[in-house]
Design a protein around this ligand. Structure first.
Ligand code: ADP
Ligand code: 5GP
Length: 185
């Protein structure tokens, strides 16, 4: 069984973070890459666990030094994947990147074996409900995120797998099935 790199994308609020958290606690052979960001922490988020929260200056310094496997700007903030963490962790475990479509496609350019998985909602209404139910964004931030949904979903043909996050348990077991099948290849 090999260790694989998987990129998980999908519209904001679809449940990526929830699924990844469940997967990590269910399996000892998988780790999640902690990205760096310049956005402010949401309530309950911890530095080094959810993200490494950096100032804009620090982020741009690291980017200039080539420390990111890929990085991008979303909603006015930078987000990037630390290259060294991914390379080192892959020696022991499979690694999950929780990134947007552009980031995932850029990661695939650097790591052609990267498995791309798109998480989609059971319906647009359910997605809006989850995004609002999280109570972590202002109405303006919600509108910006909603405006990006169609674009993200229109890119799903570029992905290796599409997983519908309907009931959490079923989506999780489909994700584990993909992981196991790819590890056996
Ligand atoms: P993302 O990381 O994709 O932005 P989150 O993991 O923060 O999304 O999930 C958004 C909201 O939807 C959270 O409140 C989460 O508890 C809820 N959620 C996630 N998966 C499901 C599911 N399968 N059914 C119902 N609610 C869900
Ligand atoms: P959020 O602010 O909701 O945590 O994330 C906003 C967006 O940034 C999401 O689409 C998420 O997938 C994306 N993102 C998170 N980490 C990274 C990263 O390291 N690189 C890129 N390109 N996007 C990321």
């Amino acid at each position: 069984m090999r260790n694989i790199l998987m990129a998980i994308s999908g519209p904001s609020g679809v449940g990526k973070g929830t699924l990844v958290k469940e997967l990590i606690s269910a399996r000892t052979d998988v780790a999640v890459s902690v990205s760096c960001t310049t956005r402010a922490p949401r309530e309950g988020e911890k530095d080094g666990k959810d993200y490494f929260f950096l100032t804009r200056e620090e982020f741009l310094r690291r980017a200039a030094e080539g420390e990111f496997l890929e990085y991008d700007e979303h909603f006015g903030n930078y987000y990037g994947t630390p290259k060294s963490f991914v390379r080192e962790t892959l020696r022991e475990k499979s690694v999950i990147l929780e990134i947007d479509v552009v980031g995932a496609l850029n990661a695939k350019k650097v790591f052609p074996d990267c498995v791309l998985i798109m998480i989609v909602p059971p319906s647009a209404e359910e997605l809006k409900k989850r995004l609002r139910g999280r109570h972590s964004e202002t109405e303006e931030q919600i509108q910006t995120r909603l405006a990006r949904i169609d674009y993200e979903l229109s890119q799903k043909h570029l992905y290796d797998y599409v997983v519908v996050n309907d009931a959490l348990e079923s989506a999780l077991s489909r994700l584990e099935g993909i992981l196991d099948a790819e590890k056996r290849k």
